[in-house]
Design a protein around this ligand. Sequence first.
Ligand code: SAM
Length: 223
Amino acid sequence: MKGSPLLQDQLSEMGIVLGTETEEKLLAFLAGMLNWNKKVNLTAITEPRAAIEKHLVDSLTLLPLLRGDERLLDLGSGGGLPAIPLKIASPGLQVLSVDAVEKKVVFQRHIARQLKLENFQAHHGRAESLSNNPLWAGGFDLVVSRAFTALPAFAALALPCLAPGGRIVAMKGGDGVRELAEGSELLAGLGLECSEVRSLRLPASDAARTLIVLVRRNEEEDH
Ligand code: SAM
C-alpha cells in the first residue's frame, strides 16, 4: 500500500494534512498489522479501503483534540488503535498503550521497534491495575479508548490515571450521545462532566463517530 492514494484521499476529506514520511509509516503500521493478523487475531477488517478508514483515519480523528506533547494512555488498544497511528502522526506524544491480551501487545512492541517509535510503551495488563504503578497513577494528560467498554466503565478505569487538568476521550459510534445521556448519572458520581462532544463521519463509509471529552467537574474552567 506504498504511497496509497486511498489514504491521501481519505485524509484530505477529513482535513488532515500529514507529510509523505508520516503517511508511509502509517501504511507500514497497517501492513504489519494485517500481516500479523494471519496468525494473531488483531482485526476483522482487512479490505484495504476499509482498513485504512477504520484503523488509520478513524484513529486520527483525535488529532484536532491534541496539543501534541501530552502523556497519552490508550486503554484496551488491541493492535495499537488509536495509540500507534496517533503516535506516528504526532511524534511528540508520550504514549502508554495497554491491552490484556499478550499477543496483541507483542505485536505492538514489534511494530513500534520496526517503526522506531520513541516514547512509546506497550504494556500487557489489565486497565484495572494500572494505577498500582505510582508512575502511572495520575500520570496522564489524556486517557483514550476505542471500542473498549461502556462509557462509565471506561471513565471509572481512566480516572485513577488522569493527571490534574487531564481529559478522558471516548471514541464512540453514532450512538455516543445516547450513551453519554444514559451514563450521565454514573459520570457525575465519578465527579466527571462532559466538556465537549464532536460528531463526525468517516470519509469512505460515511459511518458516524462521536468523540466524547470528559473532565473532572471542578476543573472545567481550565479548558
Ligand atoms: N482499541 C482497539 C481497536 O479499536 O481496534 C481494540 C478494541 S477491542 C474490541 C477491545 C480490546 O480491549 C481487546 O483487545 C481486549 O483485549 C482489551 N481489553 C478488554 N478488557 C480489558 C481490560 N480490562 N484491560 C485491558 N484491556 C482490555
